[in-house]
Design a binder for this molecule. Structure first.
Ligand code: NAD
Length: 477
């Protein structure tokens, strides 16, 4: 058993953990980054955001090839080589994670392949992949261990017939039929991948809508496309029972009204949410208090109930998004360095990388109505965007939620290809407290989809060039 010391121990090397470690090293701290994987990356790089986006890119190419026929180009039926696709996806992952490994070395960070467990508020016990243990003393620690997929008792993931996102990303086979349980981020993204590769995809969602809580104006476009690509989308529905057979899984589906149907699927993907991953960390030994729903309780500097220990990312709060984790990494490290900082983003953008993509940030129309906030809404249809037409993609919408008095931007929602890129402008506008005049007077390059944000902003004054909307009535004095 060896004893080591470090100024900052970072547990978990996903986008939260490695961002924290890199910044702390850049600020002059001695840093030890701990994770069982060969290189940093976490779920996001190894079996989440990155591999899924690589496969979604392939899916989008398959759809473009089909669409090209109407542009006069005929490629024929695509031939899918799953092994080659898996090799390509794995190379993307390896290139990125090994790249992070090089950045670790360049910054003189100590990277330990191990799992960590708190012994007390300044000591960790580490177990390496060979089972050897050591002790690490730290001045501060940041816990960034992320989250795990929720299993359903009825459908426990078995790596063969019943998948979670990890199995589904391990591209081995394209089943003839796939049941996706959960119409959220993962279900729709991975369902889209398998549908493009040729599987007959059925989605069951227990709530009334796909992506419940997301603006209905945006969802409408997505649902329209998905109904043509999926075999069935069954809302208000869940799985009542399941049994594994040689050929796949027999399930009984039940609607909220109590009707049942029996169906068989070659594979089932369960994507019903994620839970903070705190198991085996020994947080109680360090005096760290838990909050609600399995999250670690933190203050606005990401500090836990134990002064020396911070928690960031999926383990600390919703939304479970990589970019929220890396933002919190910065706050935690700066707080440790004694800076007077707090977690206070104007808004956190979210993107679902389906086709079309859906992205939103800030206040939604529904939330404004629920909270009784007075708003004005503009909707610029992509059918009026030259760029969207040249891409053959008029199936989009840019929507702004605006304060009617100051014209300050309060929220934005975008559906359409590339919505995830476009939402960054609205996020910056929100952070800078921009109003729609600022957005409208900002020269946007032509012809681009970014112009839809300018046009939606101009719509507030009824001055959008490519969409006629009568001027707002002036308020009576
Ligand atoms: P989710 O919360 O997005 O969706 C889960 C869905 O499953 C919900 O709609 C829920 O109502 C439904 N559900 C739950 N139990 C069910 C049941 N028994 N039968 C039928 N439906 C059921 O969760 P997810 O898709 O597993 O993703 C987890 C998290 O990962 C997301 O919340 C998100 O934070 C993150 N994520 C983000 C991205 C991205 O940023 N693009 C992509 C993937 C995952």
């Amino acid at each position: 058993m060896t004893d080591n010391n470090t100024q900052l121990a970072v547990i978990g090397a996903g986008p939260g953990g490695y961002t924290a470690a890199f910044l702390a090293a850049d600020m002059g701290m001695t840093v030890t980054l701990i994770d069982p994987a060969d290189y940093p990356g976490g779920v996001c790089l190894y079996r989440g955001c990155i591999p899924s986006k690589a496969l979604l890119h392939v899916a989008s190419l398959i759809h473009d090839v089909a669409a090209a026929e109407s542009w006069g180009v005929f490629f024929g039926e695509p031939k899918i080589d799953v092994e080659q696709m898996e090799r390509w996806k794995s190379k993307v992952v390896t290139d990125l994670t090994s790249g992070l490994g090089r950045l670790v070395a360049q910054r003189n960070i100590t990277y330990l392949r191990a799992t960590a467990r708190f012994v007390d508020h300044q000591t960790l016990s580490l177990t390496d992949p060979d089972g050897k243990t050591s002790t690490l003393r730290f001045e501060h620690a940041i816990v960034a261990t992320g989250s795990r997929a929720v299993d359903l008792d009825l459908l426990p993931a078995d790596d063969e017939y019943i998948w979670n996102s990890r199995n589904a990303l391990d591209l081995k086979t394209v089943p003839k039929s796939l049941l996706v349980v959960g119409g959220g981020y993962i279900g729709l993204e991975l369902g889209s991948v398998y549908a493009a590769l040729g599987a007959e995809v059925t989605v069951v969602e227990m709530l009334p809508h796909l992506l419940e809580g997301v603006d209905r104006d945006l969802i409408r476009f997505l649902t329209k496309t998905l109904t043509t690509r999926f075999k069935a989308i069954l809302t208000h529905t869940t799985v009542k029972s399941a049994s594994i057979q040689k050929s796949g899984v027999d399930v009984t589906l039940r609607t909220s009204g109590g009707e049942t149907t029996n169906q068989s699927f070659q594979r089932v993907l369960v994507a019903v949410g994620r839970r903070p991953f705190t198991k085996g960390l020994g947080l109680e030994k360090a005096g760290v208090n838990m909050g609600e729903n399995g999250f670690v309780k933190t203050d606005r500097q990401c500090r836990t109930s134990t002064d020396t220990i911070f928690a960031i990312g999926d383990i600390a709060s919703q939304p479970m998004l990589a970019h929220k984790a890396s933002y919190e990494a910065r706050i935690a490290v700066e707080a440790i360095a004694g800076k007077n900082v707090i977690v206070d983003p104007a808004a956190i953008p979210a993107v679902v990388f389906t086709d079309p993509e859906i992205a939103w940030v800030g206040l939604s129309e529904t939330a404004a109505k629920e909270k009784g906030i007075n708003i004005e809404v503009t909707r610029f249809p992509w059918a009026a965007s030259g760029r969207a037409m040249t891409l053959g993609r008029s199936d989009g919408l840019t929507k702004l939620v605006v304060d009617p008095d100051s014209k300050r931007l309060l929220g934005a929602g975008i559906v359409g290809p590339g919505a995830g890129e476009l939402i960054a402008e609205a996020t910056l506008a929100l952070e800078m407290a921009a109003n729609t005049t600022d957005m409208g007077l900002t020269i946007h390059p032509h012809p681009t989809l970014s112009e839809t944000l300018k046009e939606a902003a101009d719509m507030i004054d009824g001055t959008a060039t490519h969409y006629f909307r009568p001027k707002r009535k002036k308020k009576e004095a």
